[in-house]
Ligand binder design. Structure first.
Ligand SMILES: [Zn+2]
Length: 191
């Protein structure tokens, strides 16, 4: 992203003040005075993923694995993201698995990757693919499997109003795509 064209913090706070005024409320009343600044800080947190490079994080790999070549999977990684259409929360869990090809990464890195992509404006389909593609391109494993299950507040708390519904997306690469038994082994760990 071009840093030079990013608006300043005070421009962002002014924009939030405009939104507050637009709701019909008074942004100068005591309870709302600090809200634009708080919102700007919250947005910095929600969208901190733009400043991080997932491939750089995955590139620290370990090769002393004694030939380990079975599935490695991290289950139920909790994440909070925001949809790019409404900026509404997407709250869910991710299952990330791969079958190594001589190289593995620290398991916390799999959770970090989910977090980095979650802290960007997202649609779940794209986020699922991005996680799988990053692991595939850096680790070059025999296969990668990613499943995301998440509640989208743009449809549970507004619009069609269907709380309790989950969207499930998956991306299977390599042996997980080609081999039904391997894919089934991964799918069996998902609850
Ligand atoms: Zn949405």
């Amino acid at each position: 992203m071009d840093q030079a064209v990013r608006p300043s913090r005070s421009e962002v706070e002014d924009a939030f003040r405009t939104v507050l005024r637009w709701t019909g409320d008074n942004p100068d009343r005591q309870g709302l005075q600090e809200t634009p600044a708080r919102l700007a800080r919250a947005f910095e947190e929600y969208f901190s993923g733009y400043g991080e490079d997932p491939e750089a994080i995955l590139s620290k790999m370990f090769e002393e694995t004694e030939g380990y070549d079975e599935m490695i999977a991290l289950r139920g990684i909790r994440f909070v993201s925001h949809c790019e259409h409404h900026l509404a929360p997407i709250v869910g869990r991710a299952w990330v698995g791969y079958i190594p090809n001589g190289r593995v990464v620290g398991i916390s890195k799999l959770a970090r990757i989910v977090d980095i992509y979650a802290h960007r404006l997202q649609i779940q389909e794209k986020m699922t693919a991005q996680i799988a593609n990053a692991i595939d391109s850096v680790l070059k494993p025999q296969g990668v499997a990613v499943v995301l299950k998440a509640e989208h507040f743009c449809m549970t708390a507004r619009g069609i109003m269907k709380p309790g519904t989950d969207l499930v997306t998956s991306r299977m690469l390599g042996v997980f795509r080609d081999n039904a038994i391997t894919r089934q082994e991964f799918m069996s760990i998902i609850d």
